[in-house]
Design a protein around this ligand. Structure first.
Ligand code: ADP
Ligand code: MG
Length: 421
């Protein structure tokens, strides 16, 4: 068989399992969709839109719900001649200020790249730097006024702008302040609860007029979401009955994210598919494939995180693995620092001060490699950390970077953390 054989034993349509695949219907989100639709209903009447704020952790269907609902809203408003609805969507990943968001909105209007955006302006795009903020806002208002009718501006992952939230104050007020004719509504979407809490009060009042919370999915909901997707993506009877419940349970325990659950299923299907191709016959997806998938995904997560770590970040992760192998985690920063200092000595390197250790620990936490836990001993507030990935994933990733981890591996085997190789 050639390297690029078209033979497929397990996967019928892999695109259906992709991150960016958009299902036509969302499962298990009836209540949230009703609430969301309610907030958007004035648009159908041709009235001034509400501003809406959606929040919930990543992977719980906020973007998917927005795409489903706004497309439905477009279809409905198309039937009425007296409502002209237009959408402008951006994703704010990497945009850390209101200025950048404003420039990106202008450029999205002039050169659309997001699926929901319905406008297109003949004006040329702006450079991302070099203008006074006021100028950029004015260009934006001019563009919006030119579009006219009703314009909903979708700011996905708006939490990226942090505390620099001017635009969330300015945009909803532009119509009355500048006497514009265009009816503007802002839909803000955030993965971060703290972002909402930290919004300045004047922003909170307007942007959070209507709020819709997307809670994490539980295991049963995830099973349903996965089953629907598996029916389309996989051939019949190619997975054992435990596969979907296990993917659902693992994701529910961790994040409650449909994205995570789908990722597990996709990876497990991939592994079974490769095995089938190697064997030249169908191999069902089993529980073991799901567990292998979990490890492979985590390992990749550690490897990706590791690329952005300095050598000292890697020593700290190694220190955490050593403490874990000894059964000492969660552990306080003081003890982590001691273990880390010992390790740097063994590698002939100068240790960083305790204060700098904190930065690295937060970094590792941000990458989902470590988890910060509350100290339950009641002796006051200490930061404690433990691995947030399996020991095996962390060790394998570390073994790519360090040559002599045989002792650590043997100790982990002795203490039952990993199977012997
Ligand atoms: P968020 O924007 O909250 O991070 P997404 O809307 O991007 O999450 O959803 C993540 C993935 O999970 C997408 O592939 C999406 O299609 C899928 N998904 C999320 N919720 C549902 C649902 N209720 N039904 C079907 N698929 C869903
Ligand atoms: Mg999203």
């Amino acid at each position: 068989m050639g390297r690029f054989s078209r033979e497929s034993f397990v996967i019928r349509d892999k695109d259906v399992l992709r991150e960016d695949y958009e299902p036509e219907n969302l499962e298990e989100r009836g209540e949230e969709l009703d609430e969301y639709a309610g907030a958007l209903r004035p648009v159908v009447q041709g009235w001034q839109p509400n501003n809406v704020f959606l929040y919930g952790v990543t992977g719980v269907g906020k973007t998917a719900a927005t795409h489903v609902l706004l497309n439905e809203l477009l279809e409905t408003t198309d039937e009425y001649d007296d409502v002209g609805l237009n959408l402008v969507e951006i994703n704010c990943t990497g945009l850390t200020s209101s200025y950048q968001v404003a420039v990106n909105l202008v450029n999205e209007i002039r050169s659309p790249s997001h699926p929901l955006t319905t406008v297109e302006s003949p004006r040329s795009t702006m450079s991302e730097t070099g203008y006074p903020q006021k100028r950029v806002f004015n260009e934006l208002y001019d563009d919006l006024e030119d579009i006219g009718g009703t314009v909903l501006v979708v700011l996905d992952e708006i939490d990226n702008i942090g505390g620099d939230d001017d635009i969330l104050y300015e945009l909803p007020r532009a119509r009355s302040h500048l006497d514009l004719d265009v009816k503007l509504g802002v839909i803000g979407i955030s993965n971060d609860f703290k972002f909402r809490d930290n919004l300045s009060p004047k922003v909170k009042d307007t942007l959070c007029e209507e709020e819709v919370l997307f809670p994490p999915y539980d295991a049963t909901e995830l099973q349903n979401i996965l089953s629907k997707r598996a029916d389309q993506a996989l051939f019949d009877d190619v997975f054992t009955s435990e596969v979907i419940p296990l993917c659902a349970a693992l994701a529910a325990q961790d994040s409650g994210s449909a994205r995570q659950a789908l990722r597990l299923l996709r990876k497990a299907a991939d592994i079974a598919q490769s095995e089938s191709i190697d064997a030249g016959e169908e191999r069902q997806i089993t529980e073991d494939h799901v567990r292998d998938a979990k490890r492979a995904i985590e390992r990749q997560q550690v490897v990706d995180g590791m690329h952005s770590l300095t050598r000292h970040g890697q020593y700290i992760l190694l220190a955490m693995c050593t403490l874990t192998a000894d059964g000492d985690t969660p552990e306080r920063t003081k003890k982590i620092h001691e273990q880390y200092t010992k390790l740097t000595g063994e590698f002939g390197s100068e240790p960083l001060k305790r204060r700098r250790l904190h930065d690295h620990l937060s970094d590792l936490t941000l990458h989902g490699i470590l988890e910060q836990v509350e100290d339950s001993s009641g002796r006051g507030n200490y930061n404690q950390y433990k691995l947030d990935v399996t020991f095996a994933s962390a060790l394998e990733a570390l073994e790519d970077e360090f040559d002599n981890l045989g002792n650590l591996r043997r100790k982990a085997v002795r203490n039952g953390l990993i199977d012997s190789p």
